[in-house]
Design a protein around this ligand. Structure first.
Ligand SMILES: C[S@@+](CC[C@H](N)C(=O)[O-])C[C@H]1O[C@@H](n2cnc3c(N)ncnc32)[C@H](O)[C@@H]1O
Length: 309
């Protein structure tokens, strides 16, 4: 079975400040690398609810952790974090929430999941391949402008317009159904190469983020995580993309300041008070981790603590 090496493992455990009897939510279970480490740090009374929208991830987790009754696995999206935690039967507050964003190695490595420009597969790219629109379905209908906008904003692709035009020209000849087909179209449309990078990297990343509504999911999860946390509870978010990290950084900053409407006033009602306190700055993987796990190169961890209202 395909493996996933968890990034920033010690840093996440430190960030969550795991207490043996604590209750934690791993909102991006993947192959359970972080969950396993949290479970190791917990005593018999600790609990973990782990969420993933990918049915294969949840299935693999049910097998791997079948004997550990401290873990409840939920198939769902962290955009509905509160609902997922409720579905796990956990009421009351949590001591920590972890989001390790993006895709897992098994998703990227299995050609049939359709995320890879390196190996030909169906043009899918959905983390939950039983819901929503696949990349092929989106590309079949989107306008040139919509495609170019997605490539520019989510992939920071300089040649967004050219690639979008090439996709429309190809689509007029017949449906785009394979990742290999899309990779070739992009490679032919892009006039220059970035060293060490496949010319379709940015396009695939952008379409994946769009199809999975990754930024919207993150925007929706952060306030839910804060509502779920007990005072002193920790929020840990690992981003792999500057747009994700910007959302996290701004959100924490906003929650550190409280509602600006009440700034300078002698009494601030509970709902307008700061709800988070930043714990340290951005944490990046060290040289040794990047050497052994290249995925760690772009990982950025941010940690915040829930304040009492
Ligand atoms: C980087 S991997 C997590 C790896 C995990 N920490 C580990 O150590 O194995 C991200 C996982 O989050 C899942 N995921 C991404 N967005 C999600 C969302 N909005 N809701 C639920 N799961 C999501 C993906 O399906 C993937 O399995």
């Amino acid at each position: 079975m395909a493996e996933h090496t968890p990034v920033l493992l010690d840093e996440v455990l430190g960030g969550l400040a795991v207490r043996p009897d604590g209750r934690y939510c791993d909102a991006t279970f993947g192959r359970g690398g972080h969950t396993a480490a949290i479970l190791r740090a917990l005593g018999p009374a600790g609990q973990v609810v782990a969420i993933d929208r990918d049915p294969e991830a949840v299935e693999a987790g049910r097998v791997r952790f079948a004997r550990d009754l401290r873990l409840t696995l939920v198939r769902g999206s962290f955009g509905e974090l509160e609902e997922c935690v409720r579905a796990a039967g956990l009421d009351g507050e949590l001591d920590g929430v972890l989001l390790d964003l993006g895709v897992s190695s098994p998703q990227l490595d299995e050609a049939r999941r359709g995320f890879s420009f390196m190996q030909d597969g169906p043009l899918d790219m959905r983390m939950d391949n039983e819901a929503g629109q696949s990349a092929a379905q989106w590309l079949a209908k989107a306008t040139e402008r919509e495609i170019a906008d997605v490539l520019r904003t989510l992939g920071e692709e300089r040649f967004a317009r050219r690639i979008a035009r090439a996709i429309l020209a190809a689509r007029a000849q017949g449906p785009l159904t394979r990742t290999g087909q899309l990779a070739e179209i992009v490679a032919a449309a892009v006039p220059t190469r970035e060293p060490g990078k496949h010319p379709a990297t940015r396009t695939f990343q952008a379409i994946r983020i769009h199809v999975n509504r990754e930024l919207e999911q993150l925007e929706s999860a952060l306030p839910q995580a804060v509502r779920l946390l007990a005072p002193g509870g920790r929020l840990c978010v690992i981003s792999f993309h500057s747009l994700e990290d910007r959302i996290v950084k701004r959100y924490i900053r906003r929650e550190e300041q409280g509602d600006p409407v009440y700034a300078g006033l002698p009494t601030v009602p509970p709902h307008a008070r700061p709800r988070l306190k930043r714990v340290g700055g951005a944490i990046m993987a060290g040289e040794a981790e990047v050497q052994s796990n290249p995925r760690a190169r772009s990982a950025v961890l941010r940690v915040a603590e829930r304040l009492a209202a």
